[in-house]
Design a protein around this ligand. Structure first.
Ligand code: SAH
Ligand code: SF4
Ligand code: F3S
Length: 458
């Protein structure tokens, strides 16, 4: 899963508590947490505000996956801290991964803050705000058992929803800050997950993405697991348990870890009609020695075999991934191996990033850091390769009819709708009486690297 552009929840009218504003940085986990926190705020009597500089409560749900993500948060906070000096009634909250990483240190840096709360505390927002109202400055970053939340999340989309299935991550990838900010793995019970999905389907949602930082770890911590590491509630079992929720048209999941991705899962995806033919499986590097230094626990060959197997069972499947350039010690030849893998696999999309040393991670302390200029050059070269292969992959859609699930209007052209193919390609087409939630067969007449256009087939 990958940090996306800053997204902000929309505005509406006034209410007894005043208005709130949430800005979300980072990955879908944060996005899902923000939707739950927005639900809690609305239940408390806050209404969605029209802008962050007018709201009575401002909450930043933060990301620290790379240094630039973290720095962005401080610049936003600086502005609100200044506003609070003239408007002491403003409630200022930092949630998410920077909150967890920095804890009390954030209060020293921004003393105007009312509440600093880690991701495991998202469902406790009401309790924490009550403490703030009693006059305290609150820091909630302790390890916490995540409780099932009874609040209805305030979701951005009325068509697609996220459902967490496992929180946290027990891996120890040497570059990654996630385990230290998201805590130990905590799987939700299959029954609770299915219940939430049924509720969503009953409210009209057509597509659900099941979420976990390492979704293949699902169930390891649930009762029934054996000492040998076998367990009864694997992610594949979960898919079997939830794939047929009535009313749902599509099911997706992310993020998959190559180390744990099983043939059994591939077979289940191929045989369950609602599970979409799109897999997000980060490889991080195309070089075995680097994969080992990253402690990823697989080889390039194993990764290739997974993709081959997926394509054997689902020839049209789309594959996306994440990759890092400039990991400590990465030589030019090793970087070429990453380029080779991108060229060879034909990815539909790859999220790329320059390695950023993170506090508390082993690789940040290694002596053989790669020069920033080298990282930038490699990133550019990799991005060009990614775009080339994405364009080649898009070409296969030309002249085809694809089932598109409409999510809303094209933000750049109100006469057009926007949706996705089962393989997750963004697709635009003239509305012609269709609307959000419709599954429309679209004849594709224009292909671009990362999106398609066409016309609804009558
Ligand atoms: N759980 C997912 C990744 C979550 S973080 C997985 O195991 O693949 C999302 C992505 O951010 C990662 O896939 C990685 O490509 C990138 N990333 C994580 N830490 C990074 C760092 N220190 N520097 C640069 N990119 C990083
Ligand atoms: Fe980070 Fe690795 Fe866990 Fe993914 S699997 S969140 S990269 S530690
Ligand atoms: Fe996600 Fe960023 Fe936290 S990627 S898990 S919001 S550090």
């Amino acid at each position: 899963m990958r940090p996306s552009a800053i997204e902000t929840l929309p505005a509406s009218s006034l209410s007894p508590r005043g208005t709130y504003w949430i800005t979300t940085f980072g990955c879908q986990m944060n996005k899902a947490d923000s939707e739950r926190m927005a639900g809690i705020l609305e239940q408390l009597g806050y209404a969605a505000g029209s802008g962050e500089d007018e709201a009575d409560l401002v909450l930043y749900n933060t990301c620290t996956i790379r240094d630039n993500a973290e720095q962005k948060v401080y610049s936003y906070l600086g502005r609100q801290a200044r506003r609070k000096r003239t408007n002491p009634a403003l409630t200022l909250v930092v949630a998410g991964c920077v909150a967890q990483q920095e804890g009390e240190a954030l209060l020293r840096r921004v003393p105007e803050l009312d509440l600093v709360m880690g991701p495991q505390h998202a469902n406790r927002l009401e309790t924490l705000l009550a403490q703030v109202e009693s006059g305290q400055q609150v820091v909630a970053t302790g390890e916490h058992h995540i409780l099932e939340d009874i609040t209805t999340a305030r979701r951005d989309s009325q068509v697609c929803a996220w459902v967490n299935v496992i929180y946290g991550c027990n891996e120890r990838c040497t570059y990654c800050v996630v385990p230290s900010v998201r805590g130990r793995e905590q799987s939700r019970l299959p029954e609770a997950i299915r219940l939430e999905m049924e509720g969503l389907a009953a409210r009209g949602y057509r597509e659900i993405t099941l979420l976990g930082q390492n979704i293949d770890a699902y169930g390891r911590d649930l009762p029934g697991s054996t000492a040998e590491g076998r367990h009864r509630h694997t992610f594949t079992d979960l898919l079997q348990h939830v794939h047929d929720v009535p009313g749902l048209a599509r099911l997706r999941f992310a993020t998959s870890h190559p180390r744990y991705f099983t043939d059994r899962l591939i077979d289940a995806c191929a045989s369950l009609p609602n599970v979409c033919e799109h897999f997000h499986i980060p490889f991080q590097s195309g070089d075995d020695a680097l994969l080992q230094a990253m402690a990823r626990g697989y080889t390039v060959d194993r990764y290739r075999r997974i993709i081959d197997r997926i394509r054997e069972r689902m020839p049209d499947a789309a594959i996306s991934a994440d990759a890092i350039v400039g990991f400590p010690g990465e030589t030019d030849a090793q970087f070429r191996h990453t380029l080779d893998l991108v060229e060879a696999m034909g990815f539909d999309q790859v999220n790329t990033a320059a390695y950023s040393p993170r506090p508390g991670t082993p690789a940040a302390l290694w002596a053989d850091q790669v020069d920033e200029a080298v990282k930038v050059a490699r990133l550019q070269e990799l991005n060009a390769a990614v775009e080339r292969t994405a364009r080649q992959r898009s070409a296969r859609y030309l002249g085809r009819v694809e089932e598109v699930l409409v999510e809303g209007s094209n933000p750049r052209d109100a006469g057009q709708l926007m949706g996705r193919t089962r393989t997750n390609r963004l697709t635009f087409f003239p509305a012609d009486g269709h609307g959000p939630g419709d599954l429309v067969p679209v004849a594709i007449d224009t292909v671009r690297a990362f999106s398609l256009s066409g016309h609804a087939r009558p």
